[in-house]
Write a protein that binds this ligand. Structure first.
Ligand code: MD6
Ligand code: FE
Length: 201
């Protein structure tokens, strides 16, 4: 599909996944979460994050007191499950790249979870975009600048929306201020799942 909006260089594909595709993706994620359950990473300052995480692909993103990095295994020792085929199809469609993502990070936001402003910069090649897929409750996404300071703009992401950070927008600061609990019926226990797809090496 065509992008629906560009905001601070981020390309949005609002409603990329229709309700049936969203449900199919949730079903695929259930298998992944069974093999690689959600865990709660700690920041490098030793504070537990409010978001719970797991991953699929060759690498998962991991954080503890030693810092932020990509790991080839879940904390339990199992290798991460494969990235679902429909997610790889979406990546190919919105990026046009033959190169597949190495990591599909899976973030779960409960009613009180948020994610502070950050840059995605633990990857080796910033010419490769980062793609995100939103499922479940609405979330207020804030986009800023490559520099930490300066003006920001916010937009509500809803279930099925896709965001691509590439080109000059690849290193902009961004975060989730809050979710709107109960705004979607997709996830049986409520909340929001965000997938982010990245080339790591
Ligand atoms: C989220 N998203 O939507 C957090 N990163 O929960 C991100 O941190 C993100 O949406 C890189 C590219 C797109 C994103
Ligand atoms: Fe990010």
């Amino acid at each position: 599909m065509q992008k629906t909006l560009t905001i601070r260089g981020a390309d949005l594909y609002q409603g990329y996944l229709d309700p049936e595709a969203q449900q199919a993706l949730v079903d695929a994620l259930r298998e992944i979460i069974r093999a690689a359950p959600f865990f709660r990473p700690e920041t490098r300052w030793g504070k537990p994050m409010s978001v719970r995480m797991t991953a699929a692909g060759r690498y998962g993103w991991f954080s503890d007191r030693k810092g932020y990095r990509y790991e080839p295994r879940h904390p339990s020792g199992v290798v991460w499950p494969a990235i679902p085929a429909m997610v790889l199809d979406l990546w190919r469609d919105v990026t046009g790249l033959a190169r597949e993502p190495d990591c599909c990070l899976i973030n779960y936001y409960g009613a009180d979870a948020k994610m502070g402003m950050h840059q995605d910069k633990d990857e080796a090649d910033f010419s490769m975009p980062v793609v995100s897929i939103s499922l479940g409750d609405d979330a207020l996404f804030r986009l800023g600048n490559v520099a930490r300071s300066g003006a920001t703009e916010s937009i509500w992401l809803t279930s099925g929306d896709v965001v691509v950070l590439g080109g000059d927008a690849r290193l902009i600061h961004h975060g989730i201020d809050r979710v709107r609990p109960g705004s979607s019926q997709l996830l049986p226990k409520g909340g929001r799942i965000n997938l982010t797809l990245r080339v790591v090496d």
